[in-house]
Design a protein around this ligand. Sequence first.
Ligand SMILES: *[C@@H]1O[C@H](CO)[C@@H](O)[C@H](O)[C@H]1NC(C)=O
Ligand SMILES: *[C@@H]1O[C@H](CO)[C@@H](O)[C@H](O)[C@H]1NC(C)=O
Ligand SMILES: *[C@@H]1O[C@H](CO)[C@@H](O)[C@H](O)[C@H]1NC(C)=O
Ligand SMILES: *[C@@H]1O[C@H](CO)[C@@H](O)[C@H](O)[C@H]1NC(C)=O
Ligand SMILES: *[C@@H]1O[C@H](CO)[C@@H](O)[C@H](O)[C@H]1NC(C)=O
Ligand SMILES: CC(=O)N[C@H]1CO[C@H](CO)[C@@H](O)[C@@H]1O
Length: 831
Amino acid sequence: MRDSTSTMERPALAMAVAMLVLASVCGGFPGASCTKVSYDDRALLIDGERRIILSGSIHYPRSTPEMWPDLIQKAKDGGLNTIETYVFWNGHEPRPREYNFEGNYDIMRFFSEVQKAGMYAILRIGPYVCAEWNYGGLPAWLRKIPGMQFRLHNEPFEREMETFTKLIVNMMKDANMFADQGGPIILAQIENEYGNIQGSLPDQESATKYIHWCAEMANNQNVSVPWIMCQQSNDLPPNVLETCNGFYCHDFKPKGNMPKMWTENWTGWFKSWDKPDYHRPAEDVAYAVAMFFQNRGSVQNYYMYHGGTNFGRTSGGPYITTSYDYDAPLDEYGNISQPKYGHLKQLHALLTSMEKHLVYGQQNETSFDDKVKATKYTLDDGSSACFISNSHDNKDVNVTFEGSVYQVPAWSVSVLPDCKTVAYNTAKVKTQTSVMVKKESAVSQGLKWFWLPELLEPFRTERTGSLRSNELLEQIVTGADESDYLWYKTSLTSGAAEEFTLYVNTTGHELYAFVNGKLAGYQHSANGPYLFQFQAPAKLKAGKNYISLLSATVGLKNYGASFELMPAGIVGGPVKLVRADGSAIDLSHNTWTYKTGLYGESIQIHLDRPDLEWTFPRTVPVNRPFSWYKAIFHTPAGEAAVVVDLAGMNKGVVYVNGHNLGRYWTSYIAGDMDGCHRCDYRGEYKTWANEEKCLTGCHEIGQRFYHVPRSFLNAGGLNTIVLFEEAGGDPAKVNFRTVAVGPVCVDAEKGDAITLSCARGGTISSIDVASFGLAKGGQCGAYKGGCESKAAMEALSAACVGKESCTVSYTDDFVSSGCEGSGVLTAQATC
Ligand SMILES: *[C@@H]1O[C@H](CO)[C@@H](O)[C@H](O)[C@H]1NC(C)=O
Ligand SMILES: *[C@@H]1O[C@H](CO)[C@@H](O)[C@H](O)[C@H]1NC(C)=O
Ligand SMILES: *[C@@H]1O[C@H](CO)[C@@H](O)[C@H](O)[C@H]1NC(C)=O
Ligand SMILES: *[C@@H]1O[C@H](CO)[C@@H](O)[C@H](O)[C@H]1NC(C)=O
Ligand SMILES: *[C@@H]1O[C@H](CO)[C@@H](O)[C@H](O)[C@H]1NC(C)=O
Ligand SMILES: CC(=O)N[C@H]1CO[C@H](CO)[C@@H](O)[C@@H]1O
């Protein structure tokens, strides 16, 4: 063990050492073109040149290797120069020293795809990553190691963390992935958002020792690129760089000689089963990014650029959905989400064109009031680039700057690459909105369902489990999170038949209770407290009786101080049989036997082994808990993304051709929130304190559609879908859909070229609207009213119908049609 206190006493020396490492001659790797990465107070220096970094997060396990090249290329086409990802420890090391680098965990393949695309990479090892990922990425088996305390100064945790960090670093080194080896990696991260929780940890001295140990350990890896820590202002070790996470980071001030870096600019927000969908308006994301660069930011990353899917058992929370769409510029399926993608792409192109001004220019600010200012970046050659920002929530302003008047709408930034002409305003979205629709595929017709009951008997009655105890044990530690399910079973002898209420105090997340093999009741906890008191009628017979409790988790907590200690399952109980008169039999200290997982999991039903005898009943049992269903289906034609609609099901897991697509919980209806009823991009975007806005899907199924990546399907062939339905549903309603562009809409002002486009494959079938004065915040596809411009309607219809895309200039004819108004024309077409 390293004595980290001695480092703390020598910050200056440590810093000098860090600088020395960064400054050391790069190379020693024959044949590779080595790139030196260093930094100053303005920017990262790549081979001595200050650069701006426009980065986007794509988490490799949340898509498939077949999707990676397309996602990375779309990020590049969208104007980014860097891809950032966390590293997912519990995915790579599911059991101690048993590693997985296959399929969507093939991290080396992901980094070579980034390299092939000619982009930089940011390697965020963590290995605690939060990320709405199961247990924040930490393996649950760590909890079985004696003396283990997560994210504090203790030998077991630091040893395991160092072992994994070294493994990843050495894999990257062996493949020459670091910049000085000719590879794409320009930054590496250790730990993650520790500063957010450090103050709430039980042992402050241990916490500070730990975070300094992290920095020291990371620097000892000699990776030749700077190590960063995000959200670590209060106790920043000397040899790492600090970065900011949040919806806005323009007011963030790094300490000392460091550039202003933003590792997580949240493009949207994650979804939970009980919540509607979050949307962060494109105007506001663009505002935040422009403000960041206006205020000397130079390294910025979109969290997420592509969110993707929580396949298998990877979603965290609990209660994070299988979809991790995040309202990102690339949607869950990897399709471009418009207008966000296009609106940001235009901004990236401008920022890139202004790069020299931003990182070398002399900065000069003019304030008009406390929320309106112009910033000018001037180079020695006299050329300059400017921003004018207006941070008022609802006050548009006219600014006189260098002799010209500029109208700057509330909550927006204008970008003037030559300090004269406004090339872009963050609030004026010129990119079309594309509404994606899910069209039912012909392959859904006549699906025939096979059925198999989950074999419950062994765990409900005689069979002894894998473990025995006189205590009611915590589920995460007991089962090491090998399955969502843990059986607790006990027996008792009764002198006579008697009626009770079975009472179980559990920390969640779900509980099924069986009395003598019969299901007595089911309950799940509410998102948040998770603790609940289960009650169900229980009839005992004279003689031996069995009480079996099946506890299920729905993704483990990933955030908060000591998040790992948040229990799951029936920790200590009590479990009681209560009589009508209130007297009770306490079963809490009975002998309980334990068994992890379902029978179907143990024989891997999802792999559809030929020796398994499915029944093919005339009427498939419906609303029957603990059922396995199977059907064969054809691959939908074409290239469009495929989803499966599970609206008729209840709660369970869905597999296609043996791939676990994730948990489904279609009986969970999203609640109502005020945010469903307001959407003004102006003003700070928040996802807490009941200040949400721009939500959709209140009162709708939390997640109805589940992504079936094309690479999981047999092109042109037959496929198998297997459902494990835990709570009782109806497979007859299951259908497959393909994702296509439906209605498209665009706003235009005089002088603009109006472009409408159906993505690959589709053509415009009709122009539905071409009007002035349509209310802002209306829904594309449902626009009505306004004052129609006949001329615009005719011009667009002539140019667009039957075409994949079309461009029409907004001419004077359009306005002379008798419409008064703002001059903003809205066009809506159907693909
Ligand atoms: C890092 O470099 C130092 C100094 O050259 C060396 O002593 C150390 O062994 C290296 N560590 C690793 C992990 O390569
Ligand atoms: C969605 O992405 C897939 C994969 O790149 C592509 O084949 C498909 O054409 C895209 N669909 C749309 C509507 O852009
Ligand atoms: C900065 O702006 C102020 C106020 O507009 C002006 O007086 C000053 O000359 C400017 N400096 C530079 C270097 O442009
Ligand atoms: C800004 O100037 C324009 C053009 O003169 C005018 O129509 C508008 O009302 C002004 N806006 C504000 C907020 O003063
Ligand atoms: C239920 O369990 C929780 C957590 O284990 C415990 O804090 C609480 O006191 C228990 N409640 C009752 C009524 O026993
Ligand atoms: C978790 C986190 O970092 N939250 C921060 C996100 O950004 C907002 C606005 O900058 C902060 O208020 C939050 O604390």
